[in-house]
Design a protein around this ligand. Structure first.
Ligand SMILES: [Zn+2]
Length: 117
């Protein structure tokens, strides 16, 4: 279970934003998570809730955008969804496939209330 490590890392980024931008409270956190990141969304959400307690992100809604594993064939240029780790191109059968999506794991956006100046 590496979700707690991910959430801790996520909070390092959030705290930087909070300090840099004078955020008062965070209402929504949107994460992009690739299929290959092997993250269990329910576990991630539960960890988030625990770590968020007592911070500006307490009660924030965690939105997880899952990114499917996608490949692009270097032979014919076809883009396709990779299922069952089958890395051969469905169009030409070639095996020279570049991974273009599915490894993402990053904070996409924050919805926050700023401190009034
Ligand atoms: Zn191909």
């Amino acid at each position: 279970m590496h979700e707690i490590t991910l959430v801790t890392g996520l909070f390092e980024i959030i705290n930087e934003q909070v300090a840099a931008q004078g955020i008062k409270s965070i209402s929504r956190v949107r994460l992009k998570v690739g299929e290959l990141a092997a993250v269990e969304p329910m576990t991630l959400a539960a960890c988030f809730e625990v770590v968020a307690e007592g911070t500006v992100a307490q009660g924030a809604q965690l939105e997880i955008v899952e990114v499917p594993l996608t490949g692009r064939c270097r032979g014919c240029g076809e883009s396709f969804r990779i299922v069952n780790f089958n890395f051969s191109c469905p169009a030409c059968g070639g095996g020279d496939v570049e991974l273009v999506g599915g490894r993402e794991l990053y904070l996409e956006s924050l919805e926050a209330t700023m401190k009034s100046l």
